[in-house]
Design a protein around this ligand. Structure first.
Ligand code: NIG
Ligand code: FE
Length: 403
């Protein structure tokens, strides 16, 4: 006998079938046992199965729980002041070069006590959860010294233990040059490679490392050193690439079998071809494009033409994307970047799971997958990208339990 059987619902399984890219299954039932999906089928097909609890969902559409595969959730303070400066005409790069930007959040984060740090991250996490997230990637990157980066990753782990959500922590080692290393770039990169990456691997605090490959971030050569270190220590890689300019980061990421290359407004065809070849996921971050009032969009048609799977994420961070709604990210991906509603939903389920290397666990509704799901009071899954920030699912279920 199963633990639970969800009935009176329709399912968007996200298991693509010919002519049915979302794997839509009207009049569905979903069996759950020990926190996993055991069976998804037509209600009538599952009529003979018994469960300790039969849960009617009132005609809801059930999707896999949403996955936000790119966030910088944990930080001190906020940067509402920079929002105002940008409205007055300053650019993100100007603010960063003048000591604002990431550096100012690093200072606020280092100065933040443990209670404040976790409490503010929890508020943001709960907003994402209320919006439908059951898995959230959390990057470090506002500590920028080994102890502070490890503290952020430990905070991410603690949050995951306290809240009904899966947290996937990423070491964002090369995010910005910390002020104490201003005249010693190479030494900073050495420290990341010689101390931080090995420590994080040893402590199993992250599954992947990330970097910011950009004029105001790190060079291709520095990023490559990071990727080599990650490979030596058995960590996967991801990269903030081609956001503000084309620096070849996506191609480099593909060379190191990156899980994802993220942003990509300035990527060229070579970079896309390399990603397609490597199976690297394109993570699109419309919140940053919107907040920075960028005009150059990621080349969605070319990504499609090369068959590069696209994920969508909030990029929740205090500077370029103070975005706390997964469905608003989906709406922006549709409205600003031209993704179809189907691509938006795949972008926050199956392709987001791929971008985190956990597609065998979450992101689709199929036997053996974690029973992480959302039940939405909507008439059509396309509504999730249609409302400008849908308030969230009626029920959010994590590992088979209401959360
Ligand atoms: O993804 N590009 C670097 N990282 C963030 C911005 C972080 C910040 O400005 O604090 C991003 O856009
Ligand atoms: Fe980011």
């Amino acid at each position: 006998m199963w633990d639970r059987l969800f009935v009176d619902c329709h399912a968007a399984t996200m298991v693509a079938a010919p002519g049915n890219p979302l794997g839509l299954l009207p009049n569905a039932a979903i069996g759950v046992q020990d926190g996993r999906v055991v069976r998804v089928g037509k209600r009538a097909e599952l009529a003979g199965f018994r469960a300790a609890e039969v849960v009617p969902l009132g005609g809801a559409w059930v999707t896999p729980g949403l996955i936000d595969c790119h966030t910088h959730l944990i930080f001190g303070g906020n940067r509402a002041n920079e929002h105002a400066m940008r409205r007055a005409g300053a650019t993100y790069e100007e603010i960063a070069r003048a000591g604002g930007g990431i550096a100012s959040t690093v200072a606020a984060t280092r100065a933040s006590g443990a209670t404040d740090l976790i409490a503010s991250a929890r508020r943001r996490l709960r907003a994402l959860m209320a919006g439908g997230c059951t898995t959230v990637e959390v990057k470090s990157g506002y500590g920028l010294d080994p102890a502070s980066e490890i503290r952020l990753l430990n905070t991410a782990r603690a949050l995951g233990g306290q809240e009904a959500v899966r947290i996937v922590p990423t070491l964002l080692a090369l995010h910005a040059l910390p002020p104490e290393f201003a005249a010693r770039r190479e030494e900073y990169v050495d420290q990341v490679i010689d101390e931080l990456v090995p420590a994080v691997a040893r402590l199993q605090l992250a599954t992947a490392v990330d970097g910011f490959c950009e004029g105001i971030g790190f060079t291709l050569a520095e990023t490559e050193r990071l990727f080599e270190a990650a490979a030596r220590h058995g960590l996967r890689v991801k990269l903030h690439a081609e956001q503000l300019s084309n620096s070849g980061g996506a191609r480099l990421a593909a060379k190191y079998d990156a899980l994802s290359a993220d942003h990509l407004e300035h990527i060229d065809e070579d970079g896309i071809a390399a990603m397609a070849e490597a199976g690297t996921i394109a993570v699109l971050l419309p919140g940053a494009y919107y907040a920075l009032q960028e005009t150059r969009k990621p080349p969605v048609d070319l990504l499609r033409a090369y068959g590069v799977p696209m994920a969508v994420a909030t990029d929740c961070n205090p500077g370029t994307s103070p975005l706390l709604s997964p469905t608003l990210a989906m709406n922006m991906a549709a409205t600003l970047f031209g993704l179809t509603p189907e691509e938006c939903l795949a972008g926050m389920t199956i392709n987001a799971a791929r971008a985190l290397g956990i597609a065998d666990e979450v992101g689709t509704l199929a036997p053996g997958m974690a029973a992480d799901l959302c039940a939405w009071a909507i008439d059509d899954p396309a509504e999730l990208a249609y409302w400008i920030g849908h308030p969230g699912p009626d029920r959010r279920i994590v590992a088979g339990r209401d959360a």
